[in-house]
Design a binder for this molecule. Structure first.
Ligand SMILES: [Zn+2]
Ligand SMILES: [Zn+2]
Length: 370
């Protein structure tokens, strides 16, 4: 990938804190008056053969030599460059093992499995307007639901073209454009040759309670290792914590609609959850894909997060079991008769497994202490 010798760029834009790599490249392209493709080439990435974002694992993972080349071209340190890629979350909220630059299939596989949009994003229109077009990397996470600063739900879809924001032509990941100038404040989806010019700062958002803002803040602190992850009063790794959150979310989805009255989620969040589960067809990934996939919308993410955090916050293992049991019972009630195979699914995320996850790490730690 590294055959072009990088040259020092004359106009470098400083990356903003938490900014995504694609956002930084777009802003740099704007400053230099050229398309993103030209910037990427100038940074030393060989895009002559393919500028396909999947092959490049664009913004997902990077290679040390690419980071060094970018540092040479921009003066921005390799560490900061790496920090703009989703791999900064690897091992906590994401598992990007096996994802390689140049291996499109490895990117596609992780894309289907992980709770993240590699080539799309959610967005807080108010933050985007205030920063003049800085897209934050955490907005790509499946658990991204709420802007903790503005206490609003993040936006998923462009209201004009109905495409996920930042997703590229007709909602599919794109090649880096050789001709178009990036427009960080506009939708930019390419539909039958026309570019959607919806200004993102003008998209309306819904307010949420401070509880949801606090929950999102907690998730972000665990993601970035600024806060320790607790399940049933025990410290676990961020990776285990998110695995338990996902298991709880799966249990909740399995129990829709019976589970809905039990949830401590906002009413519209419950509705969104019911619509998500009810409206889906069985996809190629089968039941695991259906119940274990990333929340489709910020509203669903907020609903699942509220329940999963409530479960994780139990003060003891017995309290944890007490919180999981009704969810497991609703899931069993829902699937016992019609789909016995799904009971295996319920068993995978049964309380005992969540407990094992927790106690496993506890006993490992006590062994270490000895
Ligand atoms: Zn905001
Ligand atoms: Zn649009």
């Amino acid at each position: 990938m590294m055959t072009v010798r990088p040259r020092r760029l004359a106009l470098v834009v400083a990356p903003a804190s938490g900014e995504s790599f694609a956002s930084w490249v777009d802003r740099m392209a704007l400053r230099n008056g050229c398309p993103a493709w030209a910037i990427i080439e100038a940074l030393g990435v060989d895009v002559r053969a393919s500028s396909d974002v999947r092959s490049l694992a664009y913004g997902v993972v990077t290679m040390p030599e690419t980071c060094r080349a970018i540092e040479a071209a921009t003066g921005v340190s390799s560490e900061v460059v790496r920090g703009m890629h989703l791999e900064v979350f690897d091992g906590s909220v994401l598992d990007l093992a096996g994802v390689r630059v140049g291996d499109k299939e490895s990117v596609r596989r992780a894309e289907g499995r992980e709770w993240v949009q590699f080539f799309g994003s959610r967005v807080c229109p108010t933050c985007l307007a205030a920063s003049g077009g800085v897209w934050l990397v955490w907005w790509k996470l499946g658990w991204a639901a709420v802007c903790p600063e503005h206490r609003t739900l993040l936006v998923d879809l462009c209201p004009r073209c109905r495409v996920s924001v930042r997703r590229g032509p007709a909602g599919r990941p794109a090649r880096l454009s050789r001709s178009r100038m990036p427009a960080p404040l506009r939708c930019g989806a390419l539909l039958s040759g026309a570019v959607c010019d919806q200004p993102i700062p003008q998209i309306g958002t819904s307010s949420v309670s401070s509880k949801f803002a606090d929950q999102q803040q907690l998730v972000l602190e665990v993601v970035t290792h600024r806060r320790s992850a607790l399940i049933a009063g025990q410290v676990v790794s961020a990776g285990q914590w998110f695995a338990a959150l996902k298991a709880t979310a799966m249990l909740v989805r399995l129990g829709v609609p019976e589970v809905l009255p039990l949830l401590d989620a906002p009413l519209d969040g419950q509705g969104a959850l019911a619509a998500e589960v009810g409206g889906q067809r069985w996809n190629r990934a089968g039941p695991v894909g259906r119940f274990g996939m990333a929340p489709r919308t910020a509203l669903v993410a907020a609903g699942l997060l509220a329940v999963a955090l409530e479960v994780a916050a139990a003060e003891s293992e017995s309290a944890l079991v007490a919180r999981l049991m009704p969810l497991a019972a609703a899931a069993r009630m829902r699937w016992k008769e019609r789909r016995p195979d799904l009971l295996t699914q319920v068993a995978t995320c049964a309380p005992s497994n969540v407990i094992r996850l927790v106690s496993g790490s506890v006993s490992r730690r006590s062994r270490l202490r000895r």
